[in-house]
Design a protein around this ligand. Structure first.
Ligand code: FEO
Length: 391
């Protein structure tokens, strides 16, 4: 299916309606798309990114449908296979085409796809490539989310092609982001899962983009932003240091004691005006948990004690928080034990990447008694007070 972006610019990639897991790790409840863009200039024709190798046939069929007999350039913004994996087949179909990319991405593509040096045209930051009546400026934007990533700005039309940046894992019949609440939510989840660890880099890239007039943003996953401010404002907010009066509360309970503690803490936080997002880890979509971490001021992990340590699911929640590096300011831990263990030490030691204050945990023996419930109320009061100081 070819989708027209504007005169002589087409989306020719593929929608992956059925994909439910990315990198064998990230759940995709809404599928995804691998957008590829064809630009016909007065002198040269250029393709921006390719598609996942499982969808190569869709890309080639779309090019055939448009009657494309010659491609001069293929921009490879990013070495990951969901955008570069079809390059060998595209180059086989259009052998005169040069892969336009930076030196880092060239080296990756040589390793992963066994391409050779003569198949590349290596570009520099801010270099401009002319297609005749259309001129493309390359803007290096490393670490979104690999070191080689860059963006392309089509000057005449003021369109920014961003590959992974600003994307969303959303298979949609609509080319444009017309359902803004849906796209915002999926883009936030995508940011949390993929971009959040690189928040500082992305902040700099947003500053770099500030002087550019941008009429449209074309990412390589999800809908195209015909109102770019939607996603630019969202990224400005997510990457800022601002946190919200929210607690993300991943917990797991084996025999009900930690669950009773969880119920009390949730009620105590809500009574004090703190929004809480609980996630029972035995049935949690990790993408939802990641998304909740984007702007919450506090994370509380709840765990029973298993073999003298945290439950493995609680360990995983701590691992996830440490890997995704949210801007969280405070962390605490609650839980129960039968006869002892190092649950708190292990969980607290699992988050060295987080620059947080640890609020004293509430860890009890057996089921919660009156004094334990009071301790949870006190924890909620401390969290509410801390939030007043930073939100
Ligand atoms: Fe969509 Fe990093 O690949």
């Amino acid at each position: 299916m070819v989708r027209k972006i504007s005169e002589n610019i087409f989306e020719v990639g593929a929608i992956d309606w059925d994909r439910r897991l990315f990198d064998e790790l990230i759940p995709l409840p809404n599928g995804t798309s691998y957008n590829s863009y064809l630009i016909k200039g007065s002198e040269k024709t250029l393709l921006i990114d390719t598609v996942d190798p499982t969808k190569t046939a869709f890309l080639l069929a779309n090019l055939q449908q448009l009657g494309i007999s010659k491609i001069d350039y293929v921009i490879a913004h990013h070495g990951e296979q969901d955008h570069s994996g079809s390059l060998p087949d595209v180059l086989a179909a259009f052998p005169m085409a040069k892969v336009v990319t930076n030196a880092k991405c060239r080296d990756e593509l040589k390793e992963h796809l066994l391409l050779s040096d003569e198949q590349f045209m290596v570009i520099e930051d801010r270099q401009v490539l002319s297609l005749g009546d259309k001129n493309l400026e390359f803007l290096f934007a490393p670490w979104v989310h690999w070191p080689e990533t860059f963006l392309t700005y089509l000057k005449e039309e003021q369109i920014l092609f961003t590959c992974d940046l600003f994307g969303s894992h959303l298979a949609s019949a609509e080319l444009l982001a017309v359902n803004e609440p849906e796209v915002y939510r999926t883009a936030k989840r995508y940011y949390a899962e993929i971009m959040m660890p690189f928040r500082t880099n992305i902040k700099k890239h947003l500053e770099m983009l500030a002087p550019y007039q941008i009429k449209m943003i074309c990412p390589s996953h999800g809908p195209v932003y015909q109102r770019p401010q939607l996603i630019l404002d969202a990224y400005k907010d997510w990457t800022s240091d601002k946190v919200k009066n929210e607690v993300v509360f991943p917990y797991v309970s084996m025999h009900g004691s930690t669950a009773k503690m969880a119920d009390r803490l949730i009620a105590a936080l809500l009574e004090r005006g703190v929004i809480v997002q609980p996630f029972n880890l035995s049935r949690t979509d990790i993408g939802e948990l990641a998304m909740a971490m984007v702007d919450a001021a506090t994370i509380v992990i709840g765990s029973p004690t298993v073999l003298a340590g945290p439950h493995p699911l609680a360990n995983y929640a701590a691992f996830l928080a440490n890997a995704l590096r949210p801007k969280t300011r405070f962390v605490s831990i609650i839980g129960s034990f039968g006869w002892g263990g190092r649950m708190v030490d292990i969980l607290a030691g699992a988050i060295p990447n987080l620059k947080v204050e640890i609020i004293p945990p509430v860890v009890i023996k057996g089921v919660p008694k009156t004094a334990d419930l009071a301790a949870l109320d006190a924890l909620a009061a401390v969290i509410a007070q801390k939030h007043k100081e930073v939100v």
